[in-house]
Design a protein around this ligand. Structure first.
Ligand SMILES: Cc1cc2nc3c(=O)[nH]c(=O)nc-3n(C[C@H](O)[C@H](O)[C@H](O)COP(=O)(O)OP(=O)(O)OC[C@H]3O[C@@H](n4cnc5c(N)ncnc54)[C@H](O)[C@@H]3O)c2cc1C
Length: 401
């Protein structure tokens, strides 16, 4: 039975991340968004608050919190700004949790521990210039030569590309399987920024997530030690899909933070702005937009919490996570469009935060599975073309108080 009440520890995580958002992110987010720069205080503040590994077990340098806590933290960070939640998504969702689940003990000690302690930052590189939704269309290769793999290729649209120390990268190790698009020819590797042949750069002029870094990573004859192969050759696609199950979860919960930010901004503004002799909160059509935000927030929250509840038990949650991500992102997009509408012309300028919400909301319907990909997934589950089977490995269950 799903229990929606929060434990003391979960409430403490929520309060702590809310404080980071209100003290570190919100006071100068407009400035960073406009300048398209990352807030230099944010990563140190997240590390200080143990946020960069708080749902990783204590034995690997984390705080051992559960997945509902990760959802709550994602919501609070995105209430501050989407770019802040993206850090949790890539560092924890797309790197640390997969490394915890699929990597060997030596790799965990070397990469997971510093990531969980916030000493090193990590991200995930699957997308390439010519392959996003169609991940099997990636072109990067890692050809075995003795005790190394020689990696070549380019990753594109990678969050924190210019910032991260470690990259979880996917490349073809079986070139015959590449020719016939057999995904069992793809493998996963942990790559370090400092290695020769690795270079990164930022993408400028983005519609949203402007206070965050997004860029490319290029690999030119990079010598990746064979011991940096994650799990085994050919498991890369499976690991990538597992990564997305965790990343998408944070996007779903984060979107609830964005919906809440839209709702709060609209409540404040509608009590200040007058038309036709009354506050606009009196107009039924304005009320309807706020009511829709309220409803979207509530049911999107139930959806990510259901996915978190499955994850806490170590159960496969692909269907629940995809549904939560699809619906929460849809509601965040609708809420932010309506938030601009409620603010009239003022919503059209960066004097108010809602135009940033509107721009930021769009990205989440594209990354970690586009709106169309999640629509297709849900149809395929309903039609019986797809089902959640047990993986060889799933998230380790978390003991609840
Ligand atoms: C801000 C941001 C951050 C990102 N961060 C990362 C990151 O950290 N790591 C990473 O690996 N990637 C990252 N991405 C990339 C992201 O995951 C991809 O953009 C996404 O998977 C979509 O791929 P694409 O952009 O190539 O679009 P395409 O796959 O080319 O899709 C184009 C359009 O066609 C539609 N479409 C495609 N296939 C189908 C189909 N079968 N049926 C119906 N419609 C279809 C899509 O829904 C979309 O509307 C990020 C992207 C953004 C915008």
């Amino acid at each position: 039975m799903i229990d929606f009440s929060l434990t003391e520890n979960q409430l403490a995580v929520r309060d702590m991340t809310r404080e980071v958002a209100s003290k570190i992110i919100i006071p100068n987010i407009a400035e960073h968004d406009r300048a398209q720069t990352m807030n230099p205080d944010l990563l140190p503040a997240m590390a200080d608050a143990n946020l960069l590994g708080f749902c990783i077990p204590e034995q690997y340098g984390g705080l051992g919190m559960d997945y509902i806590s990760l959802g709550l933290a994602s919501e609070e960070m995105e209430y501050g700004d989407t770019a802040a939640r993206v850090i949790l998504s890539v560092h924890i969702g797309l790197f640390s949790l997969p490394v915890l689940t699929w990597a060997n003990e030596e790799q965990k000690q070397k990469y997971l521990v510093p990531a969980a302690k916030g000493e090193k930052i990590a991200t995930f590189g699957l997308t390439e210039p010519a392959a996003g939704s169609d991940a099997v269309g990636l072109l990067s290769t890692a050809v075995k030569k003795g005790d190394k793999y020689i990696m070549n290729g380019e990753k594109m649209w990678i969050s924190l590309a210019d910032v991260a120390d470690y990259f979880l990268v996917f490349a073809w190790t079986d070139l015959e399987k590449k020719k016939i698009r057999d995904h069992t020819g793809i493998s996963a590797f942990i790559v370090e920024r400092e290695w020769e042949g690795v270079s990164t750069g930022a993408i400028h002029g983005k519609l949203g997530v402007r206070a965050g870094n997004t860029g490319f990573i290029a690999f030119q004859d990079v010598e990746v030690p064979a011991k940096n192969l994650v799990y085994k050759e050919g498991a890369g696609f499976k690991i990538a899909m597992f990564c997305l199950d965790q990343g998408r979860y944070t996007v779903a919960a984060g979107s609830c933070g964005l919906i809440r930010a839209c709702r709060d901004a609209c409540i404040k503004y509608s009590k200040e702005r007058q038309t036709f002799g009354v506050n606009i909160e009196e107009h039924q059509l304005v009320k309807q937009m706020i009511a829709n935000m309220e409803a979207g927030y509530e049911y999107s929250t139930y959806l990510w919490m259901k996915a978190g509840w499955l994850k806490n038990q170590g159960k496969r949650s692909t269907r629940a996570t995809s549904l939560a991500k699809w619906i929460a992102c849809r509601e965040a997009e609708a809420s932010s469009a309506n938030a601009v509408q409620v603010h009239g012309a003022y919503g059209f300028s960066d004097e108010y935060p809602v135009e940033r919400f509107y721009r930021n909301s769009k990205g989440a319907s594209i990354y970690e599975g586009t709106r169309e990909i999640h629509t297709l997934m849900q149809a395929d589950y309903a039609l019986g073309f797809r089902q959640d089977k047990e993986l060889e490995r799933d998230l380790p269950p978390v003991e609840q108080e």
